[in-house]
Write a protein that binds this ligand. Structure first.
Ligand SMILES: C[S@@+](CC[C@H](N)C(=O)[O-])C[C@H]1O[C@@H](n2cnc3c(N)ncnc32)[C@H](O)[C@@H]1O
Length: 234
């Protein structure tokens, strides 16, 4: 997505997304004393809902325009950085990355680099929670709400594990077209990349529900990841 161009409309485009439900899911893993970092925080909606629950959340994103929106609703530290090249002078008890941020990485080498960087700023018994998009097939869908409509067309290639999408947003009389390319990572790939850097996948969920185990056929997947050295203590 061209976040630079769309930052000012982002919240409107995703106003029906169930951020509240996703934050309820996250609260199963976060306590009030935890220091939390939201990776790819975008306009800061998850972070601000967590703040409302008494949890301080820093954010990092590579897009200045998205961070400028986040700044209007958050009180904590925001870093303008790429997850592939992080330089954050603090450690966090919980690192979250919601809504397909990780799917912007182009291959497992980048995924591994990202995990290595997150591990460096994770406290010893800390957790990383990542939320991945997991399309099963190609499709097309139109939603309309208020004065806007959104048509999403997506093509998923199982062989390359690449999803190409085109989203057409219409607000009043103006149309905005956005294209994005997502690398879809399998559960096995995530487990392997974690293992390669000394992390492990403790749990996999689907649909932000702690009672539902994520599988290859889930539409979205949430991984809870921890440091390998603490595996024995589980
Ligand atoms: C779909 S938005 C999700 C934003 C937010 N997490 C949410 O749930 O609304 C993806 C965000 O990831 C950020 N992003 C993508 N690749 C990134 C990278 N390599 N480093 C840092 N941020 C990245 C984008 O700038 C964008 O703000």
């Amino acid at each position: 997505m061209e976040y630079k161009k769309f930052a000012q409309y982002y919240d409107q485009f995703y106003k029906n997304k169930n951020y509240v439900g996703e934050v309820q899911f996250l609260l199963n893993f976060i306590t009030k004393k935890d220091k939390v970092l939201d990776v790819g925080c975008g306009t800061g909606i998850h972070a601000s809902l967590l703040e409302k629950n008494g949890i301080a959340v820093d954010g990092v994103d590579m897009n200045l325009e998205m961070l400028n929106v986040a700044k209007t609703r958050l009180h904590s530290k925001l870093y303008l950085q790429d997850i592939l090249d992080l330089d954050i002078p603090k450690k966090y008890d919980v690192i979250i990355s919601m809504f397909a941020v990780i799917n912007h990485l182009k291959d497992t080498l980048e995924l591994e680099q990202c995990f290595r960087n997150l591990k460096d700023i994770l406290t010893d018994q800390g957790k990383i929670i990542i939320d991945l998009h997991n399309p099963q097939k190609s499709g097309k869908k139109t939603d309309t709400f208020d004065n806007m409509s959104r048509t999403m067309e997506w093509h998923y290639d199982k062989n390359t594990k690449i999803e190409e999408s085109k989203i057409t947003f219409s607000i009043a009389d103006t149309q905005y077209i956005d294209h994005h390319t997502f690398r879809i990572f399998t559960i096995e790939e995530v487990k392997q990349c974690c293992q390669n850097v000394g992390l492990y996948v403790k749990e996999v969920y689907e649909n932000y529900d702690v009672d539902k185990c994520g599988t290859a056929s889930s539409k979205n997947l949430q991984f809870v990841i921890m440091k390998e050295v603490f595996k024995e203590m589980d």
